[in-house]
Design a protein around this ligand. Structure first.
Ligand code: UFG
Length: 328
């Protein structure tokens, strides 16, 4: 492998992509960030070169591949809200699938065949057994999960037919921020639980709504597997190295194997912030599943990866530090 190999990070100005960019840079890679800044933030690009443009623009991509010697591509760009995908499915199918297809076409045209894809636990749909293993049946229940699932299937066929090598990384609940609070989560509108809770402490929101307290769990609220964004970032780098070393493709869960309820997250935030956080019970949110928890064994064994920052205290403290110091 070349010294400081160039890696194209599509969507590298977004929440998870920007952490992957920093991780790549720290590990000696040269990240090139392709982002149209529709959801990403210029301020989130703290290293590497930002190339502003749209992934659906093949000429934009051609110029990047012609001007650089790219060893691999990480693809983070795309629409990522389950609820929005239910109310406006067209933009999910159009945006997520066409940008992935255009990016893959440009890569293969220029002889680049190493691809890391942001997939999701939303590809599984309703769990029939827990914790979720990669072999669990996939039957997504919303258009967001379906687009991720379709792209996974596309990747399988491109591997067979065109020699594409890929890792599809099925994230559970991405959370937390870089420990120095330089980059973190910033969505508009913000719908995710932890930033909603912390935004309630800072006065951005009036109170937190708990979407359903009548689920069949010990405290009645939904269970999720929260994984620190820096652990997601390191898994991407390890997945890329694994492809380069093994000339193979694989699907991996990225989670911790431990689930926390909405109430436990709220209690953790109260402990970290020292604030009494106002909340109210609200109806269940359509499309929410009772429990999602990963079996991360495959990634741990094959990629030699370990979550380092995904204990709940580190997740909450880093998210809280970010919330107080955020610049975007
Ligand atoms: N929740 C609340 N109140 C809120 C926000 C969330 O009670 O204000 C609850 C939700 O109902 C859910 C849990 O907190 O039970 C977590 O919700 P998030 O919106 O933070 O995350 P999701 O589990 O819905 O979504 C995440 C990712 C998606 C991914 C999905 C897979 O953000 O990209 O997991 O199910 F697709």
């Amino acid at each position: 492998m070349k010294k400081h190999p160039e890696i194209l990070v599509a969507g590298g100005a977004g929440y998870i992509g920007s952490h992957a960019v920093r991780d790549l840079h720290a590990a000696g890679f040269t990240p090139l960030i392709a982002d149209n800044l529709s959801k990403g933030h210029r301020e989130a690009v703290v290293c590497g070169e930002l190339l502003e443009g749209d992934l659906k623009d093949e000429f934009f991509l051609d110029r990047i591949f012609e001007n650089h010697s790219i060893q691999g591509v990480m693809h983070f760009a795309g629409k990522c809200f389950v609820g929005e995908s239910m109310s406006d499915p067209a933009i999910y199918y159009e945006e997520n699938i066409s940008s992935a297809l255009t990016l893959l076409r440009a890569m293969l045209k220029h002889g680049v065949n190493n691809f890391i894809f942001s997939s999701s636990c939303a590809t599984y749909g309703n769990p029939v057994s827990l914790p979720l293993r990669e072999t669990h049946p996939q039957d997504p229940v919303n258009p967001y999960g379906e687009t991720k699932y379709f792209i996974e299937r596309i990747l399988k066929h491109y591997d067979r037919a065109y020699g594409l090598r890929f890792c599809a990384l099925r994230y559970f609940n991405a959370a937390g921020a870089s420990l120095d609070a330089r980059i973190g989560e910033s969505h508009d509108p913000e719908t995710h639980l932890i930033p909603r809770i912390l935004g309630t402490v800072t006065g951005k929101f009036e109170k937190i709504q708990i979407f359903g307290d009548d689920y069949p769990t010990s405290d009645g609220t939904c269970l999720r597997d929260y994984i620190h964004v820096s652990d997601l970032a390191s898994a991407h780098r390890k997945a890329l190295l694994w492809i380069l070393e093994n000339d193979a493709s694989e699907f991996f869960n990225l989670g911790t194997g431990t689930a926390y309820s909405v109430r436990q997250i709220l209690e953790s935030a109260q402990k970290t912030t020292g604030a009494e956080i106002p909340f109210e019970k609200a109806p269940r949110r359509p499309g929410d599943l009772t429990e999602l928890v990963a079996d991360p064994g495959r990634a741990i064994n094959i990629l030699d990866w370990q979550p380092e920052y995904s204990d709940l205290d580190t997740i909450m403290e880093s998210a809280w530090k970010w919330e107080r110091h955020r610049r975007y």
